[in-house]
Design a protein around this ligand. Structure first.
Ligand SMILES: [Zn+2]
Length: 344
């Protein structure tokens, strides 16, 4: 034994043989990009912070709502009442847990530009999202930049986990070559979701993450299929695809191709997110607030966020021009509400 020192806080964890004091020291040097800090992401953020990884970059575009609370472990009722940005609420809870991890929140929508910036030089990317477009974007970036990432999806009482190690095993597109058309897969809208499924899937992801970041040997590629209601766990061998457009043909359609949809209906939220056109100037929040007030509409300012209710839709406007329009899944309706009251 070389006698690598271990802080008392991490003594039990470092006593776990495959990690050891050396593994603990490795964790302290690692930087992780966590995409989405709601359900899966909340559990992931908690395990990684408690484990003492060096730096955790949190990305989430959403705000906390009451219906998040049964499964999104970093959030409390007060966050939902205030409509706090998820990354801010997560950072607040993680700060209370304490420890040496640097937590850096980013309240942005993860498009290709954001990913290129935030993902530069990270040691691992973790999927805590609920949408396929972001996962295919992350897969392209991770394969191109040779960064490991761990896909996970959860719905109803179970889900899937796939660790991706570019160059060493299959990527997401080896296993699922194309994203499914909208509406094809069950979602938390149609099928619901229970908290323990989120906890189990995210904990599997977090365990594999600790091995990738701190272990002496990485995990094998396998697609893990788990269900906490039936109690079933399946481990499916998945080969690399000889014809994979991403890791074999090195075509990065989602990273370098057409822009992502600028209006998306958010899973389980009855909410539409609208993105500003590329290069659009930031909204003039003070002016918008003044205009709304003169129209007799009450406006709330929560830090950089501007929020109001009009036409029976609650609207949240972010400093980057992004907007959430609640009370609809119709992107046209959402655009209309925003155009009418903000002039976007
Ligand atoms: Zn592939």
């Amino acid at each position: 034994m070389t006698g690598t020192p271990v802080e008392p806080r991490f003594e039990r964890q470092a006593r776990f043989g495959p990690l050891g004091p050396e593994g603990q020291a490795r964790l302290a040097q690692r930087r992780v990009l966590l995409v989405g800090c709601g359900a899966l992401g909340g559990v992931l953020a908690q395990w990684l912070t408690r484990a003492g990884i060096g730096e955790l970059l949190l990305v989430d575009r959403d705000i906390v709502e009451e219906s998040n609370l049964p499964r999104q472990v970093l959030f409390e009722a007060a966050h939902a009442t205030a409509g706090t940005a998820k990354v801010a609420a997560a950072a607040e809870t993680l700060a209370r847990i304490g420890g040496p991890t640097r937590v850096i929140p980013h309240a942005v929508h993860l498009n290709a530009d954001q990913l290129l910036e935030l993902g530069a030089g990270v040691d691992l990317i973790l999927d805590g999202t609920d949408n396929m477009a972001t996962r295919y974007l992350v897969n392209d970036f991770a394969v191109r930049e040779h960064i490991p990432w761990i896909y996970a999806g959860v719905v109803s009482s179970g889900g899937l986990v796939l660790p991706v190690r570019p160059g060493e095993g299959p990527c997401l597109r080896c296993v699922f070559p194309e994203p499914p058309p909208p509406g094809v897969l069950p979602t938390c809208d149609t099928a619901g979701v229970i908290g323990p499924a989120v906890g189990a899937i995210a904990s599997m992801q977090a365990g594999l993450a600790l091995r990738l970041l701190g272990g002496a040997d990485p995990p094998d590629a396998a697609l893990l299929d788990m269900d906490v209601w039936s109690g079933s766990v399946r481990r499916l061998a998945v080969p690399r695809s000889e014809t994979c457009p991403c890791c074999q043909q090195r075509r990065f359609d989602f990273l370098e191709g057409a822009a992502m949809d600028e209006a998306v209906s958010l899973c389980g939220r009855n909410t539409v997110q609208l993105l500003p056109p590329p290069g659009a100037p930031a909204p003039a929040a003070d002016l918008i607030e003044a205009n709304l007030r003169s129209a007799g509409i009450e406006v709330l300012r929560a830090g950089p966020l501007l929020r109001f209710t009009a036409d029976a839709h609650r609207v949240t406007l972010f400093p980057d021009g992004r907007a959430l329009v609640e009370g609809t899944e119709d992107t046209s309706r959402a655009r209309a509400v925003l155009a009418r009251w903000v002039g976007a």
